[in-house]
Each structure stands twice: as structure tokens, then as C-alpha cells.
Design a protein around this ligand. Structure first.
Ligand SMILES: CC(C)(COP(=O)(O)OP(=O)(O)OC[C@H]1O[C@@H](n2cnc3c(N)ncnc32)[C@H](O)[C@@H]1OP(=O)(O)O)[C@@H](O)C(=O)NCCC(=O)NCCS
Length: 172
């Protein structure tokens, strides 16, 4: 049976209260079209247990993302994390998601960490980086969607300050 999709929202100031410990050394760069090949490999590696994306599907996902099908990508609020030159973590934010029943404002459309690098605080670090950029840009909230059965992601988000958002509810 399909899992339910939940919409979560966080106050930027709540995310900023956390100080995640990053357990590996790396470089954080804003999203750039030149990251395409690396992102496609990371995306495919990241979803092997829940879904299996073919190379073509991942290429298409990258294409439609950059073509603004999920909203206009905000490169500075889409940090990419590299270890020794290799892309191992990626977060993508759009200025506004195009779907019905989502809060207005910045929306995280993807967050993936390479399986071999999980548990090092990389996702938490990327969320912190986004919050700092959005705070500098006078944004109050950021939202995202997650499957209800994605327990590791749910733990990450609740720990970072996200709470359930209900359709029709304005930003908290
Ligand atoms: C969800 C995901 C991004 C987490 O990345 P990560 O870099 O390992 O996360 P962090 O190391 O920052 O972990 C932060 C917190 O998340 C929770 N968490 C992360 N992985 C977890 C796991 N496997 N089981 C339970 N909790 C987990 C924990 O609360 C953890 O804090 P702790 O280590 O102090 O207990 C990663 O597992 C992933 O890429 N999953 C596949 C793609 C996906 O589902 N993305 C989310 C789509 S909405």
C-alpha cells in the first residue's frame, strides 16, 4: 500500500537554534548545472532501498528540476556537499512549490545523502546551511514533503524543528 505523503514546515529561527556536528570534512557549494552527472549518480545511489531509479529516470529528474517543473530552483539555498571532490549530499530548494495544498514560501524538493556517508550529520548540516541563507533573505519558514514511512527522514526533520502542516493552515 502507498505510504501517505506528509507536508512539514519549520520556522527558520527554530532550525537555526540547532548546531549540528558535522563528522566529516567537506566543501559546501551552491547548486550548479555542472553538478548534473554527479547528482544523477548520487540520486540513484540514494534511493536503492525504497525505489530504484534507472539512469534515464534520474537524468529526467535532473532535467525537469532545472526546467522549474517543481518550482524555480534557488541555487544559493540548494547546498551541495562534496568530500574529496565527490558529491555526497544534495539539498534542493525552490522559491515556491507549484503544487496545491503546500505552504507559500521556500520549499525543499529534494534531500539525499550517499548511503556510505549517512549518519555523519551531512543532512543536518545542509538544512542548517539552507536556514542561514533563507534567514539572510528575510524568509520566515521553509517547508517540504516526506513519505510517512520514511522514518529516518522524519526523525531528521522533527529533530531539526519541522512540524506537520495541514492544508489550509497558514505559516505558524
Ligand atoms: C534522510 C537522509 C537524508 C539523512 O541523511 P544523514 O546525513 O544520514 O542525516 P544526519 O546524519 O544529519 O542525521 C540527522 C538525524 O536524522 C535521524 N536519522 C538519520 N538517519 C537515520 C536512520 N537511518 N535511522 C533513524 N534516524 C536517522 C537521526 O535523528 C539523526 O540524528 P542522530 O544521528 O543524532 O540520531 C538520508 O538517510 C537519505 O539520503 N535517505 C534517502 C533519501 C531520502 O529519503 N531523503 C528524504 C526525502 S524527504
Amino acid at each position: 500500500m502507498d505510504s501517505q505523503q506528509l507536508t512539514l514546515i519549520a520556522q527558520i529561527e527554530d532550525i537555526l537554534k540547532h548546531q549540528p556536528q558535522l563528522a566529516c570534512v567537506g566543501e559546501t557549494l551552491p547548486l550548479n548545472p555542472v553538478h548534473g552527472e554527479a547528482w544523477i549518480d548520487l540520486y540513484r545511489a540514494s534511493y536503492t532501498t525504497s525505489y530504484a531509479f534507472s539512469h534515464e529516470e534520474a537524468v529526467e529528474e535532473w532535467r525537469v528540476t532545472l526546467a522549474s517543473e517543481y518550482g524555480v530552483v534557488w541555487p544559493e539555498a540548494s547546498p551541495q556537499f562534496f568530500v574529496a571532490g565527490r558529491l555526497v549530499g544534495s539539498l534542493m530548494t525552490v522559491r515556491q512549490a507549484p503544487w496545491n495544498n503546500v505552504p507559500s514560501g521556500p520549499f525543499i524538493i529534494e534531500l539525499v545523502v550517499e548511503p556510505g556517508f549517512r549518519g555523519n550529520g551531512i543532512a543536518s548540516w545542509l538544512l542548517q546551511q539552507v536556514a542561514e541563507i533563507l534567514h539572510q533573505n528575510k524568509q520566515q519558514t521553509v517547508a517540504l514533503r516526506v513519505m510517512a514511512n520514511n522514518l529516518s527522514a522524519l526523525r531528521l526533520y522533527t529533530k531539526t524543528g519541522f512540524t506537520l502542516w495541514q492544508p489550509g493552515e497558514s505559516a505558524p
